[in-house]
Design a protein around this ligand. Structure first.
Ligand SMILES: C[S@@+](CC[C@H](N)C(=O)[O-])C[C@H]1O[C@@H](n2cnc3c(N)ncnc32)[C@H](O)[C@@H]1O
Length: 275
């Protein structure tokens, strides 16, 4: 599948962005739901960090993000812990990683990746078990069910083990849904030829990007926005041109919000844990 020459180990060391984007661009759409600029902004955040010794990255919603985090975990003797409902998607990504990252790093993926096939909010197998799996998280990416109920629950799950200067990233943070992600339901209904569902009561609230800083500020003295450049580059992201027809379809049911695209990605660095 990935039997193409994407550079050698020396090139990867010199130009990691080129290699990581090449791997991403060869993914099928269903495994690639992150714009290139968010992917690269996350890469830059990790490169700029001083997490050289065994950092732990956590994500909800596997895909291109998994490969990026896994690359950095393999490079730094660290670990990725991922939650997703679809073990088939994780299985596909494991194959991609074994054909791209393993030859470059010459390290076993199983030593760096823990995949949890579960809802992120499950009390016994969700992020509530994070402290049983690790004593620290350096960076988390939340990209699963885009409701405030899920996003806030996931962030609360990471907080107990988030390190000082740890970073919390959220994709699709310009969404406003509280308990039910209506756009994905309406996409499914559209495919079935059914009309959109009636909007649910109490299901719209502040955009998540406006609520996340306050949630983190309840636990940390300082909450600082990082990777703010990505907000400008999103509108020129090649991802939107490449997947244009699909993205327009998504926009028509509210899964993509072009008018607030600049608020889609949130990355916040926290420090000074409140006791
Ligand atoms: C937008 S995709 C993730 C994209 C990925 N981050 C990437 O870089 O391509 C969303 C994923 O979240 C998963 N998901 C949805 N709700 C979830 C939940 N409550 N817990 C865990 N995974 C969930 C879905 O199965 C889907 O694979």
């Amino acid at each position: 599948m990935y039997d193409f020459f994407l550079g050698d180990r020396e090139q990867l060391r010199r130009e990691p962005r080129r290699f990581l984007v090449a791997v991403k661009h060869m993914l099928p759409r269903w495994a690639n739901s992150l714009p290139d600029s968010e992917y690269l902004a996350t890469h830059d955040l990790i490169m700029e960090s001083d997490w050289t010794d065994g950092p732990v990255f956590v994500e909800t919603g596997v895909g291109a993000s998994t490969l990026l985090l896994l690359h950095h975990a393999m490079e730094r003797g660290g670990r990725v812990i991922s939650w997703d409902l679809s073990s088939a998607k994780a299985s596909f990504l494991r194959q991609v990683a074994s054909e791209t990252l393993e030859p470059m790093h010459r390290r076993a993926i199983a030593e760096h990746w823990t995949f949890v096939s579960s809802s992120s909010l499950s009390p016994h197998t969700g992020m509530a078990i994070l402290p049983q799996l690790t004593d620290r998280v350096n960076l988390s990416i939340h990209d699963s069910d885009h409701t405030w109920q899920t996003i806030s629950g996931e962030i609360e799950g990471v907080v107990p083990v988030l390190v000082d200067k740890g970073i919390v990233c959220v994709d699709d943070a310009n969404q406003v849904f509280q308990h039910t992600y209506e756009p994905i339901i309406n996409m499914t209904r559209r495919k079935l030829g059914l009309p959109p569902m009636a909007p649910l009561p109490d299901n719209r609230g502040p955009a998540h990007c406006d609520a996340i800083p306050a949630l983190l500020a309840r636990h940390f003295e300082t909450v600082e926005a990082v990777a703010v450049d990505v907000q400008n580059s999103l509108k020129d992201d090649p991802y939107y041109a490449w997947y244009d027809t699909d993205r327009r379809g998504m926009a028509s049911v509210g899964m993509e919000k072009f008018e607030t695209l600049h608020r889609r990605f949130v990355a916040l660095r926290v420090s000074g844990r409140r006791r």
